[in-house]
Each structure stands twice: as structure tokens, then as C-alpha cells.
Write a protein that binds this ligand. Structure first.
Ligand code: FES
Length: 99
């Protein structure tokens, strides 16, 4: 698990897989998730290999997560917001019922 170097920013309450997490204003979803847990942020659709944010600048797409009900968002490119609901993406997505 990573640690924040500066923790004097405003606290932003979010949930990750339904668990309350204290993020900091201005940080990305990926940063908040990395600080809160050492678990993978997603697993691949075919082999279910664990993945985690790597580049933190929108290039590698290893940080895909479901954010406020929208799948496949780059967590490193989205800033946390109060009440944000974040889910890890595990394995292949279920497309049944998708519009
Ligand atoms: S960590 Fe590489 S695109 Fe988000």
C-alpha cells in the first residue's frame, strides 16, 4: 500500500467496492485507490490477470474502473468527487442488458 506525502488537503468521502474511503481533494481516483488498498484495480477479461495503474497519465489503460456506474473509465484521469462510487472491474464485463 502507498502512503500520501501530504495529507493536509480537504478530505473527500468516496466508496471503493462499497467500502468507505477517505480521498483528498484534487487527487485522481487511481491515486485514492492505490493509497487505500494494495489490491488490483481490475483483472483482465480473458486470463483474469490482476492489473493496477501504471503510467498515471492516461496512456496504458491499466487503471480502468467503474466510476459512478460508468465502466471502463481511466481512473488516473478522473478526479475524486464527494460521494463518488468506484468499483473494481473483475474479469469480462457482462454486456447483457447494456443499451
Ligand atoms: S494508469 Fe495508465 S492510463 Fe491510467
Amino acid at each position: 500500500m502507498l502512503k500520501r506525502r501530504h495529507s493536509d488537503s480537504e478530505v473527500v468521502a468516496i466508496t471503493v467496492d462499497g467500502v468507505a474511503v477517505e480521498a483528498r481533494a484534487g487527487e485522481s481516483v487511481a491515486a485514492a485507490v492505490l493509497v487505500s488498498s494494495s489490491e488490483a484495480t481490475r483483472t483482465t477479461p480473458v486470463s483474469e490477470s490482476p492489473r493496477a495503474p501504471y503510467c498515471m497519465m492516461g496512456v496504458c489503460f491499466e487503471c480502468l474502473m467503474e466510476i459512478d456506474g460508468v465502466a471502463n473509465r481511466q481512473a488516473c484521469m478522473v478526479q475524486v468527487a464527494p460521494g463518488m462510487r468506484i468499483q473494481r472491474q473483475l474479469g469480462a464485463r457482462d454486456l447483457r442488458g447494456a443499451e
